[in-house]
Design a protein around this ligand. Structure first.
Ligand code: BG6
Length: 489
């Protein structure tokens, strides 16, 4: 669907997210000929700059984030002509006249306000937009995470933004939902008949979802030290992946059909009590070590981090879903920084054969479907096959689907897809207010317990897969994390 002309307003236009992700994503879509000729990007900032001066910052801070192979000087220059710098202060209502003067006043032109700012400014900006008469019924607002730090603050954001914009105008971003492989999971589940009959407790033994990063917290201590892995990754990205794996087939791909099903999953997650969370939730923090051969410091020695910080950089937990489809199937979720490898994957393990007719039943391995999100996107299905030759000897083999190889098409970054969806008004890949609140409701007892009991995170050496207790968590059920189960090279 071709886009209509638009004014995309970036609050936090000179900030890290705009420079590293949003402007490069818009450039990529411009280069892909998706943007109408007169569409514009209005970047808001408080510096007393002209557009020319702002573009110097874009050249320095944003252009290096455009992927080498897709950068082309001519198209970059023409993309920059779309950018207009607007000097104003989002928290000061008196300065909104500058934005009013810069925006085109035509209801046919899509107006999007992208709030790439701290969430403490969301309500103020929305109110100021409303008072200045800029939040028209056709306009849209995009909210970046963190969308709150607990249930109460998420509710407050929803209520305050909701006073100005209706739910159908609000786009809450979780960039994991924009990843190609996540959408492929929808295609896999609901575009094929063969998985759905097996996709349930009768045939699936357990599901593992891992997002592991080699990077540490870099220069983000200010944010991260007050957040931690549970808030930063699990409450949003991992739970969204879990929803897509576990949801019932929606009646169609329309936003509310999909979001209703995701909400049901969140609401069927078994609530933790202090006893069950002591057994099923592992909290870790990295110490110094080596990641891919490079020495890295302990979390507490990262620039800006509190030297006595109890913030977790790793969390692993066992979740259970109380529903006809999933009761009894553990979902192990895990995420951490400074891990042994950078990868994101979903592992669906099927049950063992009910009965083997082959003598070597001991070597039979249950089928396993691995959905890889990162670093490369693909699918792997492990099956048993006969070893050629005499005798009936079986061996596990892999069916591989590498999306890059199969489609030989340029990949779209998550932000490219999500920005296009915002500009089209397509809400399917964005979180609804009730989903956001249900996710916070489920993680809140963990946050509270850690805080009230002053739970120390378990130390783990950088460059490993986290505290040994994470292996024990899954080992207790007679299972292993996938990397532990793989044969050594
Ligand atoms: C962000 C988190 O939402 O996701 C970061 O705030 C994290 O801490 C990032 O590094 C991971 O995203 P991706 O797409 O690089 O896996």
């Amino acid at each position: 669907m071709a886009l209509s002309d638009f004014d995309l307003v970036l609050f936090g236009g000179g900030g890290d997210l705009a420079m590293r992700k949003l402007l490069p994503a818009m450039y990529a879509r411009d280069r892909g000929n998706d943007l109408p000729a007169t569409a514009r990007i209005l970047c808001i900032g408080r510096h007393d700059w002209t557009t020319e001066q702002f573009l110097e910052a874009v050249e320095k801070n944003s252009k290096p984030h455009v992927k080498g192979e897709s950068l082309d000087e001519k198209s970059w220059t023409s993309f920059c002509k779309r950018i207009v710098y607007v000097k104003m202060d989002g928290s000061d209502a008196a300065t909104y006249s500058a934005l009013a003067a810069a925006l085109r006043n035509d209801p046919k032109i899509t107006r999007v306000f992208y709030l790439a700012t701290p969430p403490s400014l969301f309500a103020t900006i929305c109110n100021n937009l409303s008072q200045a008469g800029l939040a028209t019924p056709e306009s849209r607002v995009v909210l970046e995470k963190p969308l709150g730090r607990d249930l109460a603050s998420a509710k407050q954001i929803n209520a305050e933004v909701g006073r100005v914009f209706s739910e159908s105008q609000i786009f809450r971003i979780d960039h994991y939902l924009g990843k190609e492989a996540v959408q492929n999971l929808l295609a896999l589940r609901f575009g094929n008949v063969m998985f759905e009959p097996l996709w349930r407790r009768d045939w699936i033994s357990d599901v593992q979802i891992t997002i592991a990063e080699e990077i540490g917290i870099g220069s983000r201590a200010g944010y991260y030290d007050t957040s931690g892995a549970l808030r930063d990754m699990l409450q949003n990205h991992l739970l969204q992946l879990l929803c897509i794996v576990a949801m019932e087939p929606p009646v169609c791909i329309e936003p509310n059909a999909v979001r209703d099903e995701k909400l049901k999953v969140l609401r069927s997650l078994k609530a933790f009590t202090p006893t069950t969370l002591r057994q099923n939730v592992i909290r870790g923090q990295y110490r110094g070590g080596h990641v891919q051969g490079t020495e890295v410091p302990s979390y507490r020695k990262e620039p800006g981090a509190n030297p006595n910080s109890r913030t977790e950089t790793f969390v692993a937990l066992k979740a259970e879903i109380d529903s006809w489809r999933w009761t009894g199937v553990p979902f192990y979720l895990r995420t951490g920084k400074r891990m042994a490898d950078s990868l994101a994957e979903i592992v669906v393990r099927f049950k063992p054969l009910p009965h083997s007719i082959f003598a070597q039943s001991a070597s039979s391995q249950p089928n396993c479907l691995v959905i890889r999100l990162q670093p490369d996107e693909g699918l792997q299905l492990n099956l048993m096959a006969k070893i050629p030759g005499d005798g009936m000897r079986l061996k596990p083999v892999e069916l591989e689907l590498d999306f890059r190889e199969t489609f030989k098409m340029p990949r779209m970054e998550a932000y490219e897809r999500l920005l296009l969806d915002v500009l089209r008004g397509q809400l399917t890949l964005f979180m609804r207010s009730d989903e956001l609140e249900a996710a916070w409701e489920w993680v809140e007892p963990i946050l509270k317990y850690w805080e009230e009991e002053e739970v120390e995170p378990m130390p783990y050496t950088s460059g490993t897969w986290g505290p040994a207790a994470a292996s024990a968590l899954i080992g207790r059920d007679g299972l292993q994390w996938r990397e532990e189960a793989l044969p050594e090279n």
